[in-house]
Design a protein around this ligand. Sequence first.
Ligand code: 3H9
Length: 674
Amino acid sequence: MSIVTTERQDDVLVIISNNPPVNALGAAVRQGLQAGLEEAKGDDGIKAVVIRCEGRTFFAGADITEFTKPPVEPLLPALVDMIEASDKPVVAAIHGTALGGGCEVALACHYRVAVPSAKIGLPEVKLGLLPGAGGTQRLPRVAGVELALEMTAKGDPISAGKAKEAGLVDALAGEDSLVADAVAFARDVADKRPLPRASEKSVAADPGVFQAFREKNAKRFRGFDAPAEIIDVIEETISKPYSEGVQRERNGFMKLMMGTQSAAQRHIFFAERKASKIDDVPDDIQLRDVKKVGVIGAGTMGGGISMNFLSAGIPVTIVEMQQDALDRGVATMRKNYENTAKKGRITQDQVEQAMGLLTPTLSMEDLGDCDLIIEAVYESMDVKKDVFGKLDTIAKPGAILASNTSYLDVNEIAASTSRPGDVVGMHFFSPANVMKLLEVVRGDKTDKDVLATVMALSKKIRKVAVVAGVCYGFIGNRMLIPRQLEAQKLLMEGATPSQVDKVHVEFGMPMGPFQMSDLAGVDIGWHRDPSRIESIRDALCAEDRWGQKKGAGFYDYDEKRQPSPSPRVAEIIEDFRKKSGAEQHEITDQEIIERTLYTMVNEGAKILAEGKAQRASDIDVVWIYGYGWPVYRGGPMFWADTVGLKTIVEGLEKHGFDVAPLLKEKAEKGERFN
Ligand code: 3H9
């Protein structure tokens, strides 16, 4: 059966696309739509046209996989013009998500009818692109410049209800009667003339609106090419005829499409989806039922982990050892929910619903009916083994036993139970209710269905999950180690904390290594003996400079937690430099990049060669979602490809590092990681 079919309903022709999973507007769909329009044109009995989609969604956009292939006619910009040029009214019948090219098809239709649950948006910016089929031109004409700027430069979809208010949707249909309602609507407007064509509408905007929008969102857009280009395109073209505007849009689209940022962002789009696939686990494996979750530890981590499940409607039993710690943990969770409600992101009812699913307890025995139990206790092998030994006697058969360890050996933890097949690592990142990454640590004996269940569950709790093998620090923290080590050495050789941090921030990271240390706590992992001072970190900790929480760390902090370089830290560093006899030299920004970031790529290559990550793109996903690596650089391994692996190897060798054999081999063969 062809992908696009037509169905005659008396005087209305319904054109139906059926291109699972998301009705991407690939060549066959575009050709089918063109054929449908021609059929309507050539049939005098047809008075109006409805375009709709089968399956879970209206067109979710251009087919991104085609972007790197030779173009096939009709191209999307030409197709949308054909739709708009039709002299019979065309109605878009929208359900699911009308995104990107899908939204542009809808905008080219003369009318739009949508079910209330539908979402409409132009998310191209998230792929480093701008809407390239008239979206930057038609949307401001239909819905106004301000909403158009929001939707195109930020890329978040809006609800059908909001779209209706903005004039982007003409009528809301019944959830179960979209086709009938759209056909009835088409019949109603069949004889109305002139046809409302978006490109013919006028548009006006206060010229100040563009600069104000840029300034308001400067932090969010920092480093990204696409939002700036989108704002420029809309600003430049608003006072010009439509024909000039679409030309400017086309040029902007091609410029972004050829750039590294869009390649990086498209890489991450597919990498994120690929990460959920486990090479040796069949897609149709029977999953375990997870209806109730247990969390051990009501500290920051345990509370954050619990909130993920509560928000997804899954009941949680949370265990602590002392009543006051339990009360504090529960109160923090409530406060977090209430803060979200204050910002209008959830309702008070949702706060109560989530908290209503929580059962606090002091007894581990209460975890007996949980399908998944996640331990989030103190990071010590002895403590974890003790907890898992107890769990072994309490948990019901088939329950998944997970550890939130960030470094420790999951195999050793699993061995403290009689059911290592049920044991897995679930490494959440702090704050666990916010950060998107979940490293799923596969022990040597972890059962495949356990792994598949946790990966599927991660989607329910809106995490991006990546499978990691057992090794110290797994993927993310393991790569952090050489970076932190080199950052420390750079201090000894003449760099300052702010210089190293500045290079990372300019690279696009949310913060540099020392800012991160101050935020996380300089004292994490410290031996706690103030008389034992063997490193700069020991010296800071001995003086109570534990980071932001103490108002002092590598930086001094004022009462608003604004950092400034610390003269005392400079003295401590100087003291260590003298004692160590480390050779001093002028450290350039490039040297910082080579020693802190090239070394991460080197570690990534080792992780890959050891099979601790399934694929290079998984490593990229970990760093984007767990540590804020700038998405427009595509993650460390993709970035290394763009720098050139030969350059990375040369940089590492220049500084005397042992180059990972896999990296060396790829560089010699002229290969890439991705
Ligand atoms: C654009 O439109 C440019 C135009 O302005 C101008 C052109 C000239 N193409 O996400 P899921 C695949 S740019 C190809 O897991 P969900 C996806 O890879 C586009 N493939 O489902 C996955 O494959 P697999 C603007 C696509 O229910 C499968 O579909 N549009 C596309 O969680 C299922 O995807 C966007 O940026 C595509 N456009 O979420 C929207 N989209 O199964 C991008 C998806 O092999 N898409 N696939 O791993 C989305 O945001 C989500 O897929 C959506 C569904 C919300 C629709």
